[in-house]
Design a protein around this ligand. Structure first.
Ligand SMILES: Nc1ncnc2c1ncn2[C@@H]1O[C@H](COP(=O)(O)OP(=O)(O)OP(=O)(O)O)[C@@H](O)[C@H]1O
Ligand SMILES: [Mg+2]
Length: 284
């Protein structure tokens, strides 16, 4: 751990820290993400305080908690998207397989390739074909691949979309249904072979059938990729995740983690009564 101070003093992360050409390799295996003492500010307001969380390799970790408690902010800190927001600051550390993702040697674009993100609203490039969408990441990052056709079939299959689109790969990505577009975004994210996939409420804009299809996809890809998912849907958290972290922001206080544990325990016998109330829908 080298670069982020853990003293809860914010630092401007959008600063022009010099990036050296020998950026540290983050590896291509499914990764273990470890956050320590993470704090976040927007325009000087502390919104997330002292978050410690280990996100296990090849497991699904769900971030749960009421609106405004800092789940999306925390997720964006995990792949250096927080620093793209004006006035955003952070403290603490995030390591992927023991490498500090905020090290001055590390490029944000490289970090984001290893730690991909799927957003709430499906965002395929609408003017690109299905095929171009899937391959856009490897084109952008100039990643060499033996066979683009094989990679495309592999990623669309893993995302659970191949059989539905294999005969119309040259159709526009924007012409698919919402659920299909979200699976296309997952295929696009997988094509650069990330170690971790972050998902911020990936099903909240989808119907129940598409939601179940995406959950199935999440279970399948977690055999290869570590997944961190934000969800307001407690049944979904229960179905797809191995562990849950319960975030809370009480009485205007910054968001923090109340409890982390195996999903089964968090839903049946958590340590903190607030966790049980939340997972049973008694508040939030
Ligand atoms: N771009 C921003 N500028 C200023 N404040 C922000 C910004 N984004 C988030 N915040 C504030 O940070 C806090 C945490 O927001 P965040 O979006 O992380 O919560 P969340 O848990 O993801 O909520 P939700 O469940 O509604 O998506 C909130 O008080 C929010 O108002
Ligand atoms: Mg959010």
């Amino acid at each position: 751990m080298t670069s982020i101070d853990s003293t809860q003093e914010p630092r401007l992360v959008a600063s022009s820290a010099k990036v050296q050409s020998n950026a540290v390799s983050l590896g291509v295996e499914a990764g273990e993400l470890v956050a320590k003492g993470v704090c976040a500010w927007f325009s000087g307001r502390l919104v997330l305080a002292d978050v410690d969380l280990e996100m296990e390799r090849k497991k699904v970790t769900a971030l749960i908690g009421p609106s405004g408690c800092g789940k999306s902010t925390f997720l964006r800190i995990l792949n250096r998207m927080h620093e793209t927001i004006n006035g955003a600051e952070l403290a603490g550390s995030v390591e992927l397989n023991g490498e500090d993702i905020y090290s001055p040697q590390q490029r944000a674009t490289t970090v984001r390739r290893h730690i991909g993100m799927v957003f709430q609203r499906p965002n395929p490039f609408p003017a690109m074909t299905i095929e171009q969408n899937v391959l856009s990441g490897i084109r952008f990052n100039r990643i060499k691949t033996a066979s683009k056709d094989d990679l495309m079939e592999e990623c669309l299959s893993k995302a659970g979309l191949w059989t539905e689109v294999k005969d119309r790969l040259s159709n526009l990505g924007g012409a698919l249904s919402g659920g299909q577009q979200q699976r296309l975004c997952i295929a696009r994210a997988l094509a650069v072979r990330p170690s971790v996939l972050l998902m911020d409420e990936p099903c909240s804009a989808l119907d129940p059938a598409s939601t179940l299809r995406i959950e199935q996809t999440i279970s399948e890809i977690s055999e290869e990729v570590t997944v961190v998912i934000v969800t307001h849907n407690m049944q979904q958290a229960n179905r797809v995740s191995h562990s849950c972290a319960f975030f809370l922001s009480e009485n205007g206080q910054p968001g923090h983690i109340v409890e982390v544990g195996k999903t089964e325990k968090m839903f049946s016998n958590p340590e903190d009564p607030r966790t049980l109330d939340y997972v049973n829908g008694r508040f939030g």
